[in-house]
Write a protein that binds this ligand. Structure first.
Ligand code: S3P
Length: 168
């Protein structure tokens, strides 16, 4: 089974995904890390040099052309499901799980990690909450196409595992 974790930056896709993969005995794939490996620089540096549109094209190619093992947990970048036909591709190729969280909770969690996120790095806390609220509204129509939706607050890898196993 291929499990795609989707959701906004800061919702815990990578941390939860890595632990879930260990529990299931699956491989873990972090798509942002795969992109960084291929472009040979950080996503922040790539955004600065080539702009967001070039990043989205590369992100699509990586998502859709990666050689996934048959059993794996994939943490996608927060924007990945929301561009091109990516969400449809995800749903045709695996089980998608949307880790939902409010804008306020996301803003709190992102305060420390915002420097490595090019979309947030120059924002003050007030700008960040507005940006997240707006982006969530824009992205939710994609995120909500996930096969499974789960509240990310206090979510544990065991909760996720139980949710997935009850669904198959
Ligand atoms: C982005 C999310 C990031 C990364 C890039 C753009 C987004 O991934 O792909 O900075 O548009 O939401 P994380 O969700 O892992 O932070």
């Amino acid at each position: 089974m291929k499990i795609f974790l989707i959701g906004f930056m800061g919702c815990g896709k990578s941390t939860l995904g890595r632990k879930l993969a260990t529990k299931l005995g699956y491989d873990f794939i972090d798509l942002d890390q795969q992109i960084e490996k291929q472009i040979g620089m950080s996503i922040g540096a790539y955004f600065a040099a080539n702009g967001e549109a070039a990043f989205r094209a590369f992100e699509r190619k990586t998502l859709q052309e990666f050689n996934y093992p048959s059993n794996c947990v994939v943490a996608t970048g927060g924007g990945a499901p929301c561009y091109f036909d990516n969400m449809e591709w995800i749903n045709n190729n695996g089980t998608s799980v949307y880790i939902e969280m409010s804008a306020t909770a996301l803003a709190r969690r992102l305060e420390n990690g915002k420097d490595k996120r090019p979309l947030l790095k120059d924002m003050n806390p007030e700008e960040m909450i507005h940006f997240i609220e707006h982006k969530l509204e824009e992205r939710n129509p994609f995120y909500l196409q996930a096969s499974l939706k789960v509240n990310g607050i206090s979510l544990t890898p065991d909760d996720l595992r139980a949710l997935l196993l009850s669904d198959v």
